[in-house]
Design a protein. Structure first.
Length: 228
C-alpha cells in the first residue's frame, strides 16, 4: 500500500515538477500524491505571495485530477500566523492517514521542516539541492509551460512579468538571478505539461507594482489556447 502525500502547491513550476517527480520516479514508487495544499489571502482570493487567482488554481487541480485543499491567511499575515494555518491543515491531513508532506523547494527551509516535525509528518523534497540551471532546463525539456506572474522589482524589471519560462527567458536573466527564482526573484504559474490533462486557459491581464513586486494578472478564459 502506497504512502499518501500532501503536496504544498503554489501553482508554480517547481511544485509542478515535484509532482511529476513523485509520480514518475522509481525513487518514489511507494508514494502517491493524494492532494494539493494551497494558501490564499483572505479578501483577495489569490495565492499568497504569487497573486494568482483562486479560480485558476482550482482549474489546475481539476486538470491534474487531484483534490485541492484550500487554506486562508489574513492580509499582511506574519510568519507565525502562516505557520499556525499550515499546522492546522497538516494535522487534519495527518488525522486522515496522510503521513508525508512534500514541496518543490530546492533550498529547503528549516521552518518548513520544523512544521512537518511538529505535526509528526515526514518531509519529501524531490528537488532538494538540485542545480537550478539544470532543473529549469529539465522543466522546459519535459514540456512544462509556466508563466512568470510575480517579480521582485529590485532584481528584475517589469518586462519579465508575463513572460514564458523558456530558453530565451533563462538567457535574459541578469547575472546573479537564480534560474528557478529560488531566492524569491520571481514566481510562476504552471499551465501545461505532462501532469496536466489539458492546458489551463487564460489571457494576460494588467501588470501592477505592489509593495516592491510586479504582478502580472492572469484572467481565466475558455475556448482557446493561452495567449503568452
Amino acid at each position: 500500500m502506497k504512502r499518501e502525500v500532501v503536496l504544498y502547491w503554489s501553482g508554480g513550476k517547481d511544485c509542478a515538477m515535484a509532482l511529476h517527480e513523485i509520480s514518475t520516479s522509481q525513487r518514489y514508487r511507494d508514494y502517491r500524491v493524494a492532494s494539493l495544499l494551497t494558501t490564499f489571502t483572505e479578501g483577495f482570493d489569490r495565492v499568497s505571495g504569487h497573486g494568482v487567482r483562486r479560480s485558476l488554481v482550482e482549474r489546475q487541480a481539476e486538470s491534474i485530477g487531484l483534490d485541492l485543499l484550500q487554506t486562508f491567511i489574513p492580509q499582511q499575515a506574519n510568519m507565525l500566523q502562516y505557520e499556525m494555518v499550515m499546522e492546522r491543515a497538516l494535522r487534519a491531513q495527518k488525522g486522515q492517514g496522510t503521513d508525508v508532506a512534500a514541496s518543490g523547494d530546492i533550498f529547503v527551509e528549516k521552518q518548513r521542516m520544523a512544521i512537518f516535525k511538529k505535526v509528526g509528518m515526514n518531509g519529501c523534497f524531490p528537488l532538494c539541492r538540485r542545480n537550478s540551471r539544470r532543473q529549469a532546463e529539465e522543466l522546459i525539456g519535459l514540456g512544462f509551460k509556466a508563466l512568470v506572474v510575480c517579480v521582485d522589482s529590485t532584481v528584475l524589471d517589469a518586462s519579465f512579468a508575463g513572460r514564458l519560462v523558456d530558453e530565451n527567458f533563462l538567457r535574459d536573466l541578469p547575472t546573479g538571478v537564480d534560474p528557478c527564482g529560488e531566492h524569491g526573484e520571481f514566481h510562476t504559474f504552471a499551465f501545461g505539461g505532462p501532469i496536466f490533462s489539458r492546458q489551463v486557459q487564460f489571457r494576460l491581464g494588467e501588470t501592477v507594482l505592489r509593495q516592491g513586486f510586479y504582478f502580472c494578472d492572469l484572467v481565466p478564459e475558455d475556448g482557446f489556447e493561452p495567449r503568452v
